[in-house]
Write a protein that binds this ligand. Structure first.
Ligand code: ARG
Length: 598
């Protein structure tokens, strides 16, 4: 469906042309003075310059032409030359009915040329606990992916495991110290390795920090870990088999964690999967004359003349021939292009990796790994801080571990929900139900708390604020949806059936708050399109907050279930259905859902 603002611009443009002015002056924007009008056009100001006359002469003429137009209930020319517009209730209602008829899409068309877009997010490191940065990457990445999918693009999420670093050498070294008899360590062993992993996830989680701590005090131990990492990367059979076991055990655990966050990946590839592509990639970079030796290391220059800050060369191989984080990212692009041929690749990491991605992207383009027409985008996000302004720690002062954080918020939520329940004894929930609802609401609190901030900004993770049912929070949005659901249930309990999408029940607004609600609803397609183009989930949050506020004002000022006039009541129910549908579509794109009650 065409965007409402485009319909309006069309009408105003026609009027400008009819009045003898260029069509480019007809552009309409949302009003920045909602107290005066709903939409505005400032084109007369610019047209006046070209036509050497007073702007209001032009705006007067255009207003005159638009005066009989059914689309508007008010067209005002205001000095010095603004056009203030209000939509007619009838026009707005017909747009609403059109949205409702467009089932599940509410007027938001899918992309005409769907793209294949690969989103690299999550980025957890094997055997290391997830930390705050991983949480943000998962939450924002999942939403970016879902917005793209809603727009009809083919979205592929890849978790890009960190499964190739020193942490593996450390684990291998410590395992060897504890269980030296395992066949994995026997260099002469040529048979099959056991299917069962020689450790559990809790052992693994204990081994890594232990080994990491030990390597900091014990130089020989660290040497051994580095040697093990090297041998693993060189393909030592027993170590590769161990790596597989470590990945399996970790991934099982990670999947559970991400599941709890309602985050899902299409691909579970890791840095190690890129290794087979490195030799040929490096050879080609050399053959094509892009890579050269500098201070023993193999590098590719990526600086550009227009740089205002220094962009150092992209290092491809260290002087000992070892590959790096860059090498892996570049080789990962090789298989991504080969296997999925994406039109765009989006990466989500902490914004401190910005320069790094500038180097990698430039190198990929320069060396032809990625064709010029393929989009490469890095979304660098800010830090999640605690109330003290420092990177978030749990109440116990420990590093954030995902489960702890989730548990903390779950508990807080459960308390709030049982508080709420005490107030309405008639609907008392079972403890199981309360627990399930608390989880749903807690997740919304966390995700909305994160996503409502522009990604690049740091923000303060404030459990008390995020879990509040009032204000710009996830629970407030859910509460609004629950309120709508409850009215709809009561409406049905009166023996009435809900209108269908083709029933066109919405009538011209009966009061100002209903019109305000419609005005917000009607912007849906424009908002989603924009949030997709700018990969900006926070725009969706801002929109649903505005929508929830508009709905709640309408709700407080309008008797819905007590309305005696059937048709009016049905029109209200039509508004509610549209509002619920849009809120639900939006929270799904943000990666959470609403319970039936709370
Ligand atoms: N594993 C990395 C980390 O923990 C994040 C990976 C981000 N993705 C990438 N393609 N480099 O910092």
């Amino acid at each position: 469906m065409k965007k409402l603002i485009d319909f309006i611009t069309d009408e105003v443009t026609k009027a400008f042309v009819e009045a003898g002015y260029d069509e480019k002056y007809g552009r309409v924007t949302l009003s920045n003075r909602p107290d005066l009008c709903e939409y505005q056009c400032n084109g007369a100001m610019a047209a006046a310059k070209e036509n050497h006359c007073a702007p209001f002469v032009i705006s007067d003429k255009v207003a005159e032409i638009l005066s009989g137009n059914e689309m508007f209930s008010m067209v005002e020319s205001v000095k010095p030359g603004f056009l203030n517009l209000k939509l007619s209730e009838g026009y707005l209602a017909s747009y609403m009915n059109g949205m409702q008829e467009d089932e599940g899409r509410f007027g938001c068309d899918k992309a005409e040329d769907p793209m294949t877009i690969l989103v690299d997010y999550g980025g957890p490191n094997i055997a290391k606990p997830l930390h705050v940065g991983h949480l943000r990457s998962a939450i924002i990445g999942e939403s970016v992916k879902r917005i793209g999918a809603y727009m009809g693009h083919h979205m592929i999420g890849d978790v890009h495991l960190g499964d190739w670093g020193l942490q593996l050498g450390l684990i291998i070294t410590e395992l060897k110290a504890r269980k030296p008899k395992l066949t994995y360590f026997d260099e002469n062993y040529e048979g099959e390795y056991p299917a069962e992993a020689p450790f559990t996830i809790s052992e693994l989680e204990e081994i890594y920090p232990y080994a990491s701590g030990k390597s900091k005090k014990d130089e020989a131990y660290k040497e051994a870990a580095m040697q093990a990492t090297y041998e693993l990367q060189q393909g030592r059979r027993g170590y590769r088999a161990l790596l597989e076991q470590i990945i399996n055990v970790s991934v099982t655990d990670l999947k559970k964690n991400y599941e709890n966050l309602n985050v899902h990946f299409e691909l579970w590839k890791g840095e190690s999967d890129a290794q087979p592509y490195i030799p040929a990639m490096v050879q080609k970079m050399k053959d094509d004359g892009f890579a050269y030796i500098s201070d023993g290391a193999l590098v590719v220059d990526v600086k550009e003349e227009t740089d205002t800050k220094e962009v150092p060369p992209c290092m491809i191989l260290k002087s000992d021939g070892a590959s790096l984080y860059n090498t892996t990212d570049l080789a990962t692009m090789v298989w991504r292009v080969q296997d999925y041929n994406p039109d765009m690749m989006i990466y989500l990491t902490d914004k401190r990796q910005e320069l790094y991605f500038t180097q990698v992207f430039r190198c990929a383009r320069k060396t032809g790994i990625v064709r010029p027409e393929v989009g490469l985008k890095h979304i660098g996000f800010g830090t999640m801080n605690g109330k003290d302004g420092k990177p978030f720690k749990t109440r116990q002062g420990g590093v954030m571990r995902l489960e702890y954080l989730l548990n903390e918020v779950n508990e807080e939520m459960q308390e709030k929900i049982s508080e709420n329940q005490k107030a309405k004894e008639d609907l008392a929930m079972t403890p199981e139900e309360a627990e399930k609802i608390a989880k749903t609401v807690a997740l919304a609190a966390i995700k909305y708390g994160d996503l409502s901030n522009q990604a690049s900004k740091d923000y303060i993770f404030d459990i008390d604020r995020f879990t509040s049912f009032e204000g710009n929070t996830g629970p407030y949005i859910l509460y609004t949806i629950v309120r709508i659901k409850s009215i709809l249930t009561k409406y049905e309990a009166l023996g009435k059936t809900l209108p269908g999408p083709k029933d066109h029940v919405i009538r011209p607004a009966h009061n100002a708050s209903e019109k305000d609600l419609m005005l917000v609803l009607s912007r849906y397609n424009a908002v989603i399109e924009n949030a997709f183009e700018e990969t900006a989930p926070h725009k969706l949050c801002a929109y649903i907050y505005e929508l929830a506020n508009a709905f709640n004002s309408f709700y407080h000022e309008t008797k819905i279930l007590a309305e005696a006039d059937e048709e009016t009541q049905r029109a209200y129910i039509g508004d509610l259905l549209l509002c619920k549908g849009i809120l639900e579509a939006c929270i799904d794109m943000l990666g959470f859902e609403a319970p039936d009650r709370m």
